[in-house]
Design a protein around this ligand. Structure first.
Ligand SMILES: [Ca+2]
Ligand SMILES: [Ca+2]
Ligand SMILES: [Ca+2]
Ligand SMILES: [Ca+2]
Length: 252
């Protein structure tokens, strides 16, 4: 899960590197502590994460909700597994998934959507972060991204300024820097997407918003993100060395 795409931005030169090991400041949201049908928005504010959903077809229902992939949610077999039909996570357990709600019916008034189903007309699932992020990974369920199916992508912004994007068709395009030969999209598919980063030279570009754009149905899970590492013990030492160097130059 820790292989990282490194793309040199703002030049025509694209480089993919690998980095192993758990990065500092990394965190994961798997949605498994929430209830089926629960509306998802500020439950992860304590982690500095805020979630907003926009429904493209039912524009009065802008809700992200929990779907249980074990099947208790009911009415969408495409979102149920394992086993999944294909993909690099075809035997993996996901439990709760985050979907764009297609309906907002709550007849028993328990604040849980009674019959969670994903919006076939798509929409946006937006993650906003209180502090800058430098890498973002996730899992995708039932994304049918193909020439015959609906498209999907994820876009990244920093203070609303565009940083970069990955069209999910890039993930299965051998000519793309984001190509991952393990990924297979299609009906009832399940895939883990390696953390995505954008680089300008050796410097990772910061972002504080990741926005999924889905043109059809599907779900996301296992939102993985890494904040900018806090200054380690080396930082004050480097600073003092620079300060000493500066004084020496002035003395000379
Ligand atoms: Ca989950
Ligand atoms: Ca209910
Ligand atoms: Ca559905
Ligand atoms: Ca499907």
């Amino acid at each position: 899960m820790n292989r990282m795409y490194s793309v040199i931005a703002s030049t025509s030169c694209v480089v993919v590197t690998l980095s192993m090991g758990a990065p500092a400041g990394a965190d994961l949201i798997d949605f498994d502590s929430l209830q089926v049908g629960e509306i998802v928005n500020e439950q992860f504010a304590g982690m500095g994460v805020h979630i907003e959903v926009i429904n493209d077809r039912h524009t009065s229902i802008n809700l992200g909700i929990i779907f249980d992939s074990f099947g208790s949610s009911g009415h969408d077999r495409d979102l149920e597994g394992p086993p999944w039909s294909r993909g690099n996570a075809s035997s993996d357990v996901f439990a709760n998934l985050l979907i764009i709600a297609e309906n907002d019916e709550d007849d028993n008034n328990d604040d849980l959507i009674d019959d969670p189903d994903d919006e076939a007309g798509g929409g946006s699932i937006i993650f906003r972060f209180d502090i800058p992020i430098i890498e973002f990974g996730f899992s995708l369920i039932d994304i049918e991204n193909s020439e015959h199916g609906h498209g999907a992508s994820v876009m990244f912004f920093n203070d609303e300024v565009f940083v970069g994007m990955v069209d999910f068709s890039d993930l299965v395009d051998s000519g793309s820097a984001f190509f991952d030969p393990t990924i297979v999209f299609g009906n009832n598919s399940a895939n883990h997407i390696q953390p995505i980063s954008f680089f300008n030279g050796i410097n990772p570009l910061e972002f504080n918003e990741a926005r999924f754009i889905l043109e059809g149905s599907g779900a996301v899970d296992n939102i993985f993100f890494t904040a900018i590492p806090a200054p380690g013990p080396l930082a004050p030492l480097l600073f003092s060395l620079i300060a000493v160097g500066g004084r020496r130059r002035r003395a000379a």
